[in-house]
Design a protein around this ligand. Structure first.
Ligand code: T3D
Length: 261
C-alpha cells in the first residue's frame, strides 16, 4: 500500500503522507512511494512545484516503531534502512529541480521533522510542533538532521534539540529560523497552495539553479562558489525565461515564464 496520496493541481502537485491513524509514521512502502512521487514530479514537464503535507492531526511521527518487537539487537542494521530508504529521499528533495514547499499540519517528530526541514520552504500551522525524538529511543537524528539542523538554527540550539529531544512549537521554530513562516491552522493549506501555485508560475528552471547554488555553498569556499555562480548564471542567462523576465520588466507587464532552460 502506498500510504501517500497525490493530488494534481494546475502546475503543481500535492503529496500527502496518508496514515493519519499513526500520525503518518513512515513505513518502507511510504518512503518508497514518496521517492517515486518526487521522481515523477521531476520528470513531468507540466509540474513546476511540489507541496508536501500530512493527512489528519499530525505531519509525520517519524519511523514506524511497531516492528521493534521483532528486532534483534545483535543483528539489527538500522544503517541499511537509513541508506536504502531515508538517504536517497533526502538527497532527492534537496537536489530536486523543482521548489518543494512543506505544510507542517501537526507534530513533526524524528525523521518526520527532518523530512520537513529538507524541503525548500516550510510553513507550519500555529498548533504544529517539532521534536528531534531520536534520543528518547536511543537513536541519533537521521534523515539529514545532524546536517541541516545546525545550519538552520546554529550549533547551540541544534545540540540542545538533539540531545534533549524537547518538543518546540511552530512559533519557536519560526523565531529560530528553522522554518519560513507560521500560519493559523485553518489557513495552512490555503496559504501553502497559494505559495505552490505562485512558484509554479515562476522561472522554475532558474529556481532549480538557485537551489543548486545554495546547496553547494555549504561545502564550497568563496572562490569555488563564485565560479559556480558564474556557471549557473550563464545557464540562467541562456534561458528564455531570463529574456522574458527582462523584457516584461521593460514593458511594464507581468512576465510569462515557461520554467524551462
Ligand atoms: O528503523 C529505524 O528505527 C531507524 C530510523 C529512525 C528514524 C526515526 O524517525 S526515529 C524516531 C521515531 N519516532 C518517534 O520516536 C516518535 C514516536 N511518537 C511519539 O513520540 C508521539 O506519538 C508523538 C509525540 C509524535 C505524538 O504524541 P500524541 O500523544 O499526539 O499521539 P500518540 O497517541 O502518541 O500517537 C497516536 C497514534 O500514533 C498511536 O497509535 P494508537 O495507540 O492510537 O494505535 C501511536 O502509537 C501511533 N504512533 C505515533 N508515532 C508512532 C506511532 N506508531 C508507530 N511508530 C511511530 N513512530
Amino acid at each position: 500500500m502506498a500510504e501517500i496520496s497525490i493530488a494534481e493541481r494546475a502546475g503543481y502537485r500535492i503529496v500527502t503522507l496518508d496514515r493519519p491513524e499513526k500520525l503518518n509514521a513512515t513505513t518502507a512502502g511510504m518512503l518508497r512511494a514518496l521517492r517515486a512521487a518526487f521522481e515523477d514530479a521531476a520528470a513531468d514537464r507540466a509540474c513546476r512545484a511540489v507541496l508536501l503535507t500530512g493527512a489528519g492531526r499530525g505531519f509525520c511521527a517519524g519511523q514506524d516503531l511497531s516492528a521493534v518487537n521483532t528486532l534483534d539487537p545483535a543483528t539489527a542494521d538500522l544503517g541499511a534502512l537509513v541508506e536504502e530508504l531515508y538517504n536517497p529521499l533526502i538527497r532527492l528533495i534537496r537536489a530536486h529541480p523543482l521548489p518543494v514547499v512543506c505544510a507542517v499540519n501537526g507534530i513533526a517528530a524524528g525523521a518526520g521533522a527532518n523530512l520537513a526541514l529538507a524541503c525548500d520552504i516550510v510553513l507550519a500551522a500555529r498548533s504544529a510542533s517539532f521534536v528531534q525524538a531520536f534520543a528518547r529511543i536511543a537513536l541519533i537524528p537521521d534523515a539529514g538532521g545532524t546536517w541541516i539542523l545546525p545550519r538552520l538554527v546554529g550549533d547551540a540550539r541544534a545540540r540542545a534539540l538533539a540531545l534533549l529531544a524537547e518538543k518546540i512549537t511552530a512559533d519557536q521554530a519560526a523565531e529560530w529560523g528553522m522554518i519560513w513562516r507560521v500560519v493559523e491552522d485553518e489557513a495552512l493549506m490555503e496559504e501553502a497552495e497559494k505559495l505552490a501555485a505562485y512558484l509554479a508560475q515562476q522561472p522554475t528552471a532558474t529556481l532549480g539553479l538557485i537551489k543548486q547554488a545554495l546547496n553547494a555553498s555549504s561545502t564550497n569556499g568563496l572562490d569555488a562558489q563564485l565560479a559556480l555562480e558564474r556557471d549557473l548564471q550563464r545557464k540562467a542567462g541562456q534561458s528564455g525565461d531570463y529574456a522574458e523576465g527582462a523584457r516584461a520588466f521593460l514593458e511594464k507587464r507581468a512576465p510569462r515564464f515557461t520554467g524551462r532552460t
